[in-house]
Write a protein that binds this ligand. Structure first.
Ligand SMILES: [Zn+2]
Ligand SMILES: [Zn+2]
Length: 226
C-alpha cells in the first residue's frame, strides 16, 4: 500500500488527471453545497504488481520501489479496470511510457495546458468522427480506447504545420491537427514536401464537411456518434 506521501506525489505529478493515454479525466469532485465533502476519485494503480504472483509481478524490480511513485499510475476507474484486465496489451513498458509522457506534459504546461489539449482533441474527434482525412480513405483511425496493436490515437494525429520552435504549443491546437490512419500518417510524415500545408488543410476541410453532411443525413439513425 503506497504511503500518503507517495499518493500525494502521484496526484501532484499527474496533475490529478487519469494517466491513461489522452484520457485526461480529472479525478476530483468538488464538495457540494449540501455539505458533502470533496472526493478524490482517482485510483492508484501499480504498474508492476505489488504482490508476488500478481499478473505483472517483476521479480527483478527492487521491492522497496514497488510502492513508490515510479511504479504508480493515477487512473480513472474505467481505465483502471481496462488496464488491469487487458494486461497482455497494456504492458509494463507501455504503461510506463504513458505515465512518463503524461507527467512530463503536466510538468511543462500544468493543468491548463492539459485541459486545452483535451478540448482540442475532443473537437478534432467530434468533427472528423475519427476518420482518416486522406482522400478516399475512410479508415476509422481513431479508436475509442487506444490499443497498442491497432495504432493509438497519438500516432494517428499529425500536426499540419510543424512548429518552427519546439517551444510553440500552438502546434497541438484543433485547427492545426489532422486525423490520419497509420499508413497515411506515415506517408505524409515522411514526404512532407509532397503534402503542402494547403493540401492537408483541404483534406481536413473536405472530411469534416462530409462528416457534417452524413451527420445531418443520419441524425435519426443509429449512427455511431462517439
Ligand atoms: Zn481514464
Ligand atoms: Zn488513411
Amino acid at each position: 500500500m503506497p504511503s500518503r506521501d507517495a499518493r500525494l506525489e502521484l496526484y501532484a505529478k499527474s496533475g490529478g488527471y487519469c494517466e491513461f493515454l489522452l484520457c485526461y479525466k480529472h479525478c476530483h469532485e468538488e464538495g457540494t453545497p449540501a455539505g458533502d465533502p470533496p472526493q478524490n476519485t482517482g485510483e492508484i494503480h501499480h504498474i508492476r504488481s505489488a504482490s508476488k504472483g500478481g499478473k505483472r509481478y517483476d521479480a527483478t524490480y527492487p521491492e522497496h520501489l514497488l510502492d513508490q511513485v515510479g511504479n504508480l499510475m493515477l487512473l480513472c476507474s474505467d481505465h483502471h479496470d481496462i488496464i488491469t484486465k487487458q494486461d497482455k496489451a497494456y504492458t509494463v513498458q507501455l504503461q510506463t511510457t504513458w505515465k512518463l509522457h503524461h507527467e512530463a506534459r503536466v510538468h511543462r504546461g500544468g493543468a491548463k495546458r492539459i485541459e486545452d489539449l483535451a478540448l482540442d482533441l475532443g473537437q478534432l474527434k467530434g468533427r472528423s468522427k475519427g476518420r482518416c482525412a486522406y482522400p478516399r480513405c475512410t479508415t476509422r483511425a481513431w479508436t475509442r480506447d487506444p490499443l497498442p496493436e491497432r495504432g493509438t490515437l497519438a500516432w494517428t494525429v499529425l500536426p499540419i504545420e510543424l512548429p518552427r520552435s519546439s517551444k510553440k504549443p500552438t502546434c497541438l491546437r484543433y485547427s492545426n491537427l489532422i486525423v490520419l490512419c497509420r499508413e497515411h500518417r506515415q506517408e505524409v510524415a515522411q514526404r512532407r514536401g509532397d503534402h503542402p500545408i494547403a493540401l492537408l488543410v483541404s483534406w481536413k476541410a473536405a472530411l469534416e464537411a462530409a462528416v457534417r453532411e452524413s451527420d445531418e443525413y443520419d441524425r435519426n439513425d443509429n449512427y455511431d456518434r462517439d
